[in-house]
Design a protein around this ligand. Structure first.
Ligand SMILES: Cc1cc2nc3c(=O)[nH]c(=O)nc-3n(C[C@H](O)[C@H](O)[C@H](O)COP(=O)(O)OP(=O)(O)OC[C@H]3O[C@@H](n4cnc5c(N)ncnc54)[C@H](O)[C@@H]3O)c2cc1C
Length: 560
């Protein structure tokens, strides 16, 4: 099991045909397990047989993680069957990336050994009282001689009941400030039941199979060696590690739209209305074509951002919130629109298409879990004047390796991730050179519009004052950050089309016309109607991939 295509094929085979009602790891089993607020045991067993957690462990530590874009694509095989199964497994990343980022060698090896052995880790950062404001967290680790004593509550933590180790954010300085917290990495065997009361499982509307746990800790002593990284750097480490997870988790979630689209296509191609398949009704065709374009758009931005994290990691603090904000919004909106086409069939908890209602619930946390979309705009705002000023002063084409799958990528340098980009974002800077490219005639007016919008954004952005960019920023100012994410998506799609092999669907102008038209919407204002010939090309490609059992995303790879 070496290259990613072989690994992905192997995983697809282990998990089997999701449409087969007798497959214990298929859609029917996932829906039945969801009703029990669990994941399908056969699917869990298949992932263990595959040794999935090794995909999250860097190769230097004995795992299989070399490229984030590959790891994300592989995880889409899991998410497309069951998002709860996906998150319960990808949740290992939430914890382990912090260990790779800040851990001592023995801590890294301990985490790597645990994961390659199929065991689990939990990331206990969240406290219900503080939500997205993790700098306000109260869970305390007080120094007592050569030990730390832990007090406080952690809630809504995935896998807490099944974890063999935890990464935990704890206040080590009662005074507020950027250095008030530290991260701890400790074995679950240290959670002495006399000092740790497990809270009842938290129940949720979607992702019901994810075990959300909590604990109340009262005076638990732990050795000082559990501290991860330098004391006081807990929030800083999290901010760097989040650049991987806040980008990777929404990127994996594009597989939910793949399945929602596949189910909708399946239903509307077979359902006859007014003497023809429902899929041929103009409204239905348009919704299907738009959802396909939205999927390609989300994957183009997230794939580019994933590669950028290895090629030019300095911009991770910009790309991660941009992906989370834009991709989460587009995905949830697209699934909602598909549900209108599914009609009553969407509402059913039984039957062949019951997985749709599960997806419609499971996709919602992409918008608020781990960080709220609105908080992503808050994170981007203070960087905006620097980013826009530099993009205006120094437009330059982006490196080709951002867009081509065959390009070698440098090793993922997690300790090298920066807290701020210092105005450097090669993707944004490339938009200023987009009109120099040899663009298809049909696409050029749309690109001109995007470039004009970016120029206007640069002018407004340069005039912003720091006091306008705080957490209390007014809505119109926050919209500027949203428009920046749209500019990044446009630049990513342009790059993906330019780099595509000549015979590939992605080299054709129609999908680019479609995504640029769709991008009118996310920053405000309605998206543009797709020209008839564009819609035809998208529907033809979509139907062909459906018939051939290929994924609907950028890769178009074989699905079981
Ligand atoms: C399925 C699932 C699994 C989870 N797993 C884990 C886990 O393993 N470990 C863990 O630690 N946590 C986990 N969580 C918790 C998750 O991280 C929290 O949902 C998250 O911290 C957000 O908190 P909140 O929704 O309470 O939002 P709040 O912080 O209460 O925010 C409410 C709203 O206020 C606004 N807002 C908040 N902050 C800002 C801002 N900075 N700028 C502008 N507007 C803002 C937004 O509109 C936001 O939606 C999980 C949650 C779910 C649903």
């Amino acid at each position: 099991m070496t290259d990613i295509a072989t690994r992905a094929d192997h995983l697809e085979k282990l998990l089997g045909d999701p449409w087969d009602p007798a497959n214990p790891a298929g859609f029917a089993a996932a829906v039945a397990a969801d009703e029990r607020e669990e994941t399908a045991p056969a699917a869990e067993a298949a992932l263990d047989e595959f040794g999935l957690h090794a995909e999250f462990v860097p190769r230097a530590l004995g795992g299989r993680l070399e490229r984030l874009d590959d790891m994300i694509e592989l995880m889409r095989s899991v998410y497309r069957r069951d998002a709860a199964l996906g998150l319960a497994r990808a949740g290992q990343l939430l914890a382990s990336v912090n260990v790779w980022t800040a851990g001592r060698p023995e801590q890294r090896w301990a985490a790597a050994e645990l994961l390659t052995d199929n065991r689990r880790m939990a990331c206990a950062f969240h406290e219900l009282a503080h939500g997205n404001d993790i700098a306000g967290n109260e869970f305390a680790a007080q120094r007592a001689g050569s030990r730390l004593t832990l007090h406080g509550r952690k809630e809504s933590i995935a896998n807490l009941d099944r974890a063999d180790a935890l990464v935990l954010l704890a206040r080590t300085d009662p005074a507020d400030g950027p250095r008030a917290h530290s991260q701890l990495f400790l074995g679950a065997d240290l959670l002495d039941p006399d000092r740790v009361r497990r809270l009842a499982r938290f129940r949720s509307v979607g992702l019901r199979g994810v075990h959300l746990g909590g604990m109340r800790v009262s005076g638990l002593p732990v050795p000082e060696e559990v501290v991860l990284g330098a004391p006081g750097t807990g929030v800083e480490t999290a901010s760097r590690a989040f650049q991987v997870t806040r980008m990777a988790l929404p990127a994996m979630s594009t597989a939910l739209l793949d399945t929602a689209l596949r189910v909708t296509l399946h239903h509307t191609r077979r359902r006859r209305l007014y003497g023809r398949p429902a899929a041929e009704l103009p409204m239905v065709r348009t919704t299907l074509a738009e959802a396909f374009a939205d999927l390609l758009l989300c994957e183009a931005l997230s794939r580019t951002a994933a590669r950028a994290l290895q090629l030019c990691p300095e911009s991770g603090s910009v790309h991660a919130p941009a992906v989370k904000y834009l991709v989460a919004g587009v995905l949830t909106d697209a699934v909602q629109r598909l549900s209108t086409v599914m009609g009553a069939e969407f509402y059913r908890r039984d039957g062949r298409h019951a997985v749709f209602q599960k997806i419609a619930r499971d996709i919602r946390p992409v918008g608020f879990g781990h960080i709220a979309r609105a908080a992503c705009l808050s994170a981007l705002l203070p960087q905006l004047p620097g980013l826009l000023g530099r993009a205006r002063r120094a437009p330059a084409p982006a490196p080709e390796a951002l867009f081509t799958a065959v390009a070698e990528l440098p090793e993922l340098d997690l300790p090298g991730l920066r807290l701020v980009a210092g105005g450097r974002d090669v993707l944004a800077a490339s938009l200023g050179t987009a009109l120099d490219e040899d663009l298809p005639r049909s696409v050029r007016p749309l690109v001109e519009e995007r470039v004009r919008d970016f120029v206007r954004l640069c002018e407004v952005g340069a005039a912003l004052r720091p006091r306008e960019l705080s957490i209390a920023a007014e809505v119109p100012v926050r919209e500027l950050a949203a428009r920046y994410t749209v500019s990044l998506a446009a630049a990513a799609c342009l790059g993906v089309r330019r780099a595509a092999a000549a015979q590939d669907f992605l080299a054709r102008p129609q999908w680019l016309t479609a995504v640029l038209s769709r991008l009118e919407g996310p920053a405000g204002g309605p998206s543009r109607d797709l020209p008839r010939e564009v819609e035809d090309a998208l529907i033809e490609e979509l139907t062909d991939r459906d018939d051939r059992g290929l994924s609907f995303g950028l890769v178009g790879r074989p699905y079981a």
